[in-house]
Design a protein around this ligand. Structure first.
Ligand code: AMP
Length: 191
């Protein structure tokens, strides 16, 4: 079983790359951002709660996000493995993910972080916002706030996974194919 965590600031290409990795390694892709957006679209209680945070570019509280992630994993008992995209984003989420997987006899195989500089990412996100309709992609202040959340709360997870010898940094600048290749080289070196 391969379980991969994809890190990277908003716009780094996590979603795009997850699509390729998912079909290549036959994994179930769980994007917490996508699950939240699905709930917002369907006006569920979870969606209503998440929306106020997401619209500002703030993280949704840990407890809500952790419960949601666990429910998504539970929905896929036959999975050969998972790609966690956008989760964990805090130390508490990382710890509870380790504990949850270990209760199920599973573990994280590797975490890969797509690296790109902020100005490049702002340009990408504003462009995506023209077609995605996502309010958090259409305003530079909200985008910068998402980066700030990442720097403060998510970046420390680098140390958390480095200690477990599971952290890989990947250059996220280049063509989509080049970046997929870099990711696959890192993942194949695990086996
Ligand atoms: P994303 O699609 O990954 O860029 O996520 C969009 C937004 O969803 C984030 O800015 C957060 O508000 C929320 N979100 C997604 N994943 C998480 C998470 N693991 N923890 C807290 N909030 C999250």
């Amino acid at each position: 079983m391969i379980n991969i965590v994809l890190f990277g600031k908003p716009g780094a290409g996590k979603g795009t790359q997850a699509e390729f990795l998912k079909s290549h390694y036959q994994l179930v892709h769980i994007s917490t951002g996508d699950v939240f957006r699905y709930n917002i679209k369907n006006a569920t209680d979870l969606g209503k709660l998440a929306q106020s945070y997401m619209d500002k570019g703030d993280l949704v509280p840990d407890e809500v996000t952790i419960n949601m992630l666990e429910a998504e994993v539970e929905k896929n008992p036959q999975a050969k493995g998972f790609i966690f995209d956008g989760f964990p984003r805090t130390q508490a989420q990382a710890q509870s993910l380790d504990a949850f997987l270990s209760r199920k006899g599973m573990s994280i195989s590797a975490t890969v972080a797509l690296e790109a500089d902020d100005d490049e990412l702002v340009t990408r996100l504003l462009k995506r916002g023209e077609t995605s309709g996502r309010p958090d992609d259409q305003d530079e202040a909200k985008i910068r706030n998402r980066f700030e959340e990442y720097n403060q709360k998510t970046a420390p997870l680098r140390a958390f996974y480095t200690e477990q010898n599971k952290f890989h940094s990947i250059n996220g600048i280049g063509s989509i194919e080049e970046i997929t290749q870099r990711l696959m080289t890192a993942i194949d070196s695990l086996q």
